[in-house]
Write a protein that binds this ligand. Sequence first.
Ligand code: AMP
Length: 472
Amino acid sequence: MTRLDHFHEECGIFAIYGHPEAAKLAYLGLHALQHRGQESAGICAADGRRLVCHRAMGLVAEVFTEPVLAELPGTAAIGHTRYSTAGDSSFHNAQPFTVECNKGHLALAHNGNLTNAIDLRRQLDATGSIFQGTSDTEVILHLVARSRERALPAALREALLQIEGAYSLLVLSQEQLIVVRDPRGFRPLAMGRLEHEGRECPVFASETCAFDLIGARYTGDLEPGEMAIIGPGGITQERFAPVQPHSHCVFEHVYFSRPDSVVFGRPVEDSRESLGRLLARECPAQADIVVPVPDSGVAAAVGYAAESGLPYRVALIRNHYVGRTFIEPSQTIRDFGVKLKLNPVRWLIEGKRVVLVDDSIVRGTTSRKIVRMVRAAGAREVHLRISCPPTISPCYYGVDTPTKEELIASSHSVEQIRKFIEADSLGYLSLEGLRQAVADQEGRFCYACYTAHYPTDLVGIEALLQSSERRR
Ligand code: AMP
């Protein structure tokens, strides 16, 4: 049977080559990328002769203890943190994946989602390939193993020409690290250098905040369609696919990346504040205070307040220590889930007309709880402002969005959504405003979740969506 659940993974990846503490630095890098995935974590390290991998379900700091890291040898390492949906979290899908094949012992870490993986997997299944998990990433390993090319870079190149969609990839063998970015550059992949005893070790990460933690210098991004091959002889960079228009994920700037990162060569904080400023111009509100929904709405709310001249007030407090397990009371407490995470500061809100700023509305259920919470704390009016256009269509390139039917904006007007979330007014940033905030004059971003115009073919994915029960 051809199963493929994971076409919506959100992930963080990190790689380092030529450093005696490679695994420890990978651990720190992953720690900085923890926001990109909290379900599982893994590191593979190589010492020129062998490859050792440790991966498990849980947060980076839970998965990697001192003794575990001490077992990861050598001077090269790749790491991966992964988010998955509630129903399909499985150890078999935790990365990096490893395989022993005719190309040696290989490990692979992938951020993104392949849009033709179902077709490829069906073909591989039919000819005897055996899969361990349900992730699209395994397909790449099978294609590499089957290639008649003997050298790893050539075999990988052959595999890459068969796959489509979004992939920022790290491949580690006993003596080589290969780093690849898909020709459209959907997902980020930053390059840097870490100085060690007079030499500069190459480092790679989903976001530059990983470099800040380990003291590495950001040197730019791996170009879409390029492959960097790092071995004992040094580093070479080559193009493996013809130049294509770029389709960087705009949602990285709206929500997903950390504001202290530079993503696609642009500071995320800059984009977020601009989103807020433009939102204030497009959707002003007669109000007394601007309140961010933490943490997703913070930077946009700062921009909104600055542009509108309204005071910025931190009137929703987030508990950062909410784990994945908690004991529910036997008596039902209303909106228990959201109360665990957020609590209003009544003294700031009481009697006020409040502009609440958040980055997006997906299903609308959380937003409704927050609006109710602010009203229950005494707000006279609640005006919700969203720093991007309505999310009308799912992402097939690696962001976890639910099915089209579950996206409230796919079937409801702004006025209907306003009623559903019980706000006094609701305003979204326009597509043009979003483009302006990320300075996208050349059309290098993907806006498919707002427009339903996908930059690639979606071979098989839509059929799969209709047939599978998807949970978030
Ligand atoms: P809801 O009102 O239920 O649609 O939830 C909206 C909240 O979900 C906002 O605070 C967003 O920041 C957050 N959100 C949006 N997209 C995602 C995502 N891909 N993963 C996790 N949270 C998200």
